[in-house]
Ligand binder design. Structure first.
Ligand SMILES: Cc1ncc(COP(=O)(O)O)c(C=O)c1O
Length: 368
C-alpha cells in the first residue's frame, strides 16, 4: 500500500454500481438489440431537439451562470416560490451532497429507511456522520419508526417519495404529521425524483407544507420524466436560509450551459410529459396483468418502475435477462432478496421483457 492516509470514512463507502450500459452488454455478449430497463429513464427519450441548443453551443466558451438562468425563473413560477428558494444541481445527487455538506458535522446522524436510494447513506459517510436505517412497513417508509429513531444527534431525515425501488408513497397527511411532531431543527428532505408520475390524490403538496415548515427541503430532477438524465439537471427548493447556505458551498459552475438550457426548454414540453405519463400508465397496466398471469408478486408503483419478486435471486435474474438483451436492476444492494426493479419501457420493450422473463423462469426443458 503506497497511501495509508485516505480518510477512514472511505472504508465505509461502497462505490455506487450503476446498471450496465447498452454498449457494455453489446460488447460483452455480442447482442445488438439491447434494451435498458434498469435506471428509470424515460423510454420516449429527450424532448429537446439538438438544434434548439445550437445558440447555446455557440456561446459554449463562456462559463455557465445558474444565478441568471431562465430555468430558475421558470421553476419559481411553476412552484410559486421565490428564485432565492431554488438551487440547481448537477443532478439531484449533487443537491443531496450539498445538503449533507451544510448540515453534517462528524458524528451527527441521519435517518433514512431500509430499502431506499443509497446516495443518502453515501453522503452521510462522506461527512463522517452515522446512518440510522429504520425498517419499512409493507415496503413503505415507517414514519412512526423514524420519529422513534430521532436522537439529539439527528440532523437530517431523508425520504424518497415515491421510494426507489419500491414505488410506494407516503401521503400529505403522513408527512404533515411527521413535520408537526418533529423538532423543527431537524431537516426533512423529501426527494420527489418521480413526482411527475404519481397518480395518488394523497401525494404531499410539498411547497404548501414548506410555508409553515422551514425545515422541509424538496428535491426534484429532470432525469426521469423530462428525459435529461445524461445532462444532469436537478434542483432543490427550500427556505431562503437553507438555499443560501447551499449556494455558499456549491461549485461555482456546477451545471453546464447545455444542461441549463435543456432544462429550461424541457419545462415547455407539456405534450412530451403527457405522452410519457400515458405510456407509463399503459405499461404498468400491461406489466401488472402479465405478472399476475405468471403468478409473480410485485409492488404496485406510483413511479415508472416496478419491484418484482422472483423465485430466484435478483442477481441471477439480472444475469439471465442480460443474455436475452435486457438490462434490469437486481435488488440485493437495496437489501431486498429475490427481486428486481424494472423500468417501464415502450410497449414493445415491455412485451419483450415479459417474454424474456417467462423464458428465464421456465423450468429447465421448457425452453423453446
Ligand atoms: C430517489 C432518487 N433520488 C435521486 C435520484 C438521482 O437523480 P439525478 O439523476 O437527478 O441525480 C434518483 C435516481 O435514480 C432517485 O431514484
Amino acid at each position: 500500500m503506497v497511501f495509508d492516509f485516505f480518510r477512514n470514512t472511505l472504508s465505509k463507502i461502497t462505490p455506487y454500481i450503476p446498471g450496465k450500459s447498452i454498449a457494455e452488454v453489446t460488447e460483452s455478449l455480442g447482442i445488438t438489440d439491447v434494451i435498458k430497463l434498469a435506471s428509470n429513464e424515460n423510454p420516449l427519450g429527450c424532448p429537446v431537439k439538438l438544434n434548439h441548443l445550437a445558440n447555446t453551443f455557440k456561446k459554449i466558451h463562456y462559463y455557465p451562470h445558474q444565478e441568471s438562468a431562465p430555468l430558475i425563473q421558470k421553476l419559481s413560477e411553476k412552484f410559486g416560490v421565490n428564485k432565492s428558494q431554488i438551487v440547481l444541481g448537477n443532478g439531484s445527487d449533487e443537491i443531496i451532497q450539498m445538503i449533507a455538506g451544510i448540515f453534517l458535522n462528524p458524528d451527527d446522524e441521519i435517518i433514512t429507511s431500509k430499502h431506499t436510494f443509497s446516495v443518502y447513506q453515501f453522503v452521510a459517510y462522506l461527512f463522517d456522520a452515522s446512518v440510522i436505517e429504520v425498517p419499512m412497513q409493507s415496503y413503505r417508509y415507517d414514519l412512526e419508526a423514524i420519529l422513534n429513531a430521532v436522537t439529539p444527534k439527528t440532523r437530517l431525515i431523508f425520504i424518497a417519495n415515491p421510494n426507489n425501488p419500491t414505488g410506494t408513497i407516503i401521503t400529505h397527511d403522513e408527512i404533515t404529521e411527521l413535520l408537526n411532531r418533529l423538532d423543527p431543527k431537524i431537516i426533512v428532505v423529501l426527494d420527489e425524483a418521480y413526482a411527475e408520475y404519481v397518480d395518488s390524490p394523497y401525494y404531499p403538496r410539498a411547497t404548501e407544507l414548506m410555508r409553515s415548515h422551514h425545515n422541509l427541503i424538496l428535491l426534484r430532477t429532470f432525469s426521469k420524466i423530462y428525459g435529461l438524465a445524461g445532462l444532469r439537471v436537478g434542483y432543490g427548493i427550500g427556505s431562503e436560509e437553507i438555499i443560501r447556505a447551499m449556494q455558499k458551498i456549491r461549485q461555482p459552475f456546477n451545471l453546464n450551459s447545455l444542461a441549463l438550457k435543456a432544462g429550461e426548454l424541457a419545462l415547455d414540453e407539456a405534450s412530451h410529459i403527457e405522452r410519457s405519463l400515458i405510456l407509463n400508465k399503459k405499461s404498468k397496466i400491461f406489466l401488472y396483468k402479465e405478472l399476475d398471469r405468471l403468478g409473480l408478486n410485485y409492488l404496485k408503483s406510483e413511479a415508472n418502475f416496478i419491484c418484482i419478486f422472483l423465485p430466484i435471486s435478483g442477481k441471477e435474474a439480472m444475469d439471465r435477462l442480460l443474455h436475452e438483451g435486457i438490462i434490469v436492476r437486481p435488488l440485493e444492494s437495496f437489501k431486498i432478496e429475490n427481486a428486481i426493479r424494472v423500468t417501464t419501457g415502450t410497449l414493445p420493450q415491455n412485451k419483450r421483457f415479459i417474454q424474456a422473463l417467462t423464458k428465464i423462469l421456465a423450468p429447465k426443458g421448457d425452453d423453446e
